[in-house]
Design a protein around this ligand. Structure first.
Ligand code: SAM
Length: 279
C-alpha cells in the first residue's frame, strides 16, 4: 500500500483532482504515515469492530483504518472528497457526505451496526468543532466502545486534566464521568499540510459505564455551576446556583467539603457526593 499521508502523494492527489484545502472546514491533512498508522493501531483492537471516521479528507488515516478493520464508514462534509476517496481507497470503505454535527449518531449506529459488534470512532478532528463533536458522541445512547482522536494540544490537555491541574475544568469532570481518558501521543505541527499554528495530541476515550446517575443533565449543570467563577470558593459558586445560603452550607457539610474549597480541587467522586447531598 502506498501511503497517502506523504507530502508527495498529497500534492499528487490535490493536483490530479484540482483541489485546494478549505480552511473553513479545518482541513489540515497528515503527511506522515507513522502518525496515521499509530492512530489506526490505537483506534482498532479487532478487525470486526465497526469503525466510524469523522472527516476523512483525502484518506490519509482512512487508508490505515481500512487496512486494520473489515468495515469503515467515513463521514465527510466536503462534497469534493467522497469521489476522490472512492477512487483512491479500495474495498471496505463507505463514505457518507454529511455534517457530523447534523448527524443523528444513535440512528447512524443502529443502521450500520450488526448485533454484538463493537463500535469505535477515529478522527483527525476538524479543530474548530472538537468539543461539540466529542460531546455529541459522549451523549449518544447507543453503545460506543472507544474514541481515538487527534485535536489541538491545549484542548486535549483539558480532557486529560485531573483535580488540581491548571487545565482542570467542568469539561474534564464531565468527560471522566463517562470515559477513561489517556494520551496516545503528541503530534508536531510539522506533519500537516498546510501546517497549522498549533501542536496536536492524540487522545483516547474509553467508555467505562462506572456511573449512572438518574438525572445526568442536572449533575452536569451543577458541575458547570461550581466552576462558573474559578477564583470563587465552592460555597460562592454553589450558592449562586442554589440561591439558598442555608441549603448551600448544609449540602457542603453533608458532602464533607469545606466551604472555602475551590471547584478545581475536587475530584469526580467529590462532585458525585456533592450531587448526592443536594438531592
Ligand atoms: N483525516 C484527514 C487527515 O488526517 O489528513 C483530514 C483531517 S482534517 C483535520 C478534518 C476533516 O474534517 C476535513 O476533511 C474536513 O473537510 C472534515 N470536516 C470538517 N467539518 C466537518 C463536519 N462538520 N462534518 C464532517 N466532516 C467535517
Amino acid at each position: 500500500m502506498q501511503p497517502i499521508a506523504t507530502i508527495k502523494r498529497t500534492r499528487e492527489i490535490q493536483k490530479k483532482y484540482q483541489i485546494f484545502t478549505k480552511k473553513n472546514y479545518g482541513q489540515n491533512f497528515i503527511i506522515e504515515p507513522r502518525v496515521v498508522e499509530k492512530i489506526a493501531q490505537a483506534a482498532i483492537c479487532d478487525p470486526d469492530e465497526l469503525v466510524f471516521e469523522i472527516g476523512p479528507g483525502i484518506g490519509a488515516l482512512t487508508q490505515f483504518l481500512c487496512q486494520r478493520a473489515n468495515r469503515v464508514i467515513a463521514l465527510e462534509i466536503d462534497e469534493r472528497l467522497p469521489e476522490i476517496l472512492g477512487r483512491e481507497i479500495e474495498g471496505n470503505l463507505e463514505v457518507i457526505l454529511q455534517d457530523i454535527l447534523e448527524t443523528d449518531i444513535d440512528e447512524l449506529i443502529r443502521e450500520k451496526r450488526q448485533e454484538g459488534q463493537k463500535v469505535v470512532f477515529a478522527s483527525n478532528l476538524p479543530y474548530y468543532i472538537t468539543t461539540p463533536i466529542l460531546f455529541k458522541l459522549f451523549e449518544a445512547k447507543e453503545p460506543i466502545e472507544r474514541i481515538t482522536v487527534m485535536m489541538q494540544k491545549e484542548v486535549g490537555q483539558r480532557f486529560l486534566a485531573r483535580e488540581k491541574d491548571s487545565d482542570y475544568n467542568a469539561l474534564s469532570v464531565i468527560t471522566h464521568y463517562r470515559c477513561d481518558v489517556k494520551k496516545v501521543m503528541d503530534v508536531s505541527r510539522h506533519v500537516f499540510s498546510p501546517k497549522p499554528n498549533v501542536d496536536s495530541i492524540v487522545i483516547q476515550f474509553t467508555f467505562h459505564h462506572r456511573y449512572s446517575l438518574e438525572n445526568e443533565e442536572q449533575f452536569f449543570e451543577m458541575v458547570k455551576a461550581c466552576f462558573k467563577q474559578r477564583r470563587k470558593t465552592i460555597y460562592n459558586n454553589l450558592n449562586e446556583y442554589l440561591k439558598d445560603k442555608e441549603k448551600t452550607e448544609a449540602v457542603l457539610g453533608k458532602a464533607d467539603i469545606a466551604l472555602n474549597t475551590r471547584a478545581q480541587q475536587l475530584s469526580l467522586d467529590d462532585f458525585i457526593r456533592l450531587y448526592g447531598a443536594m438531592k
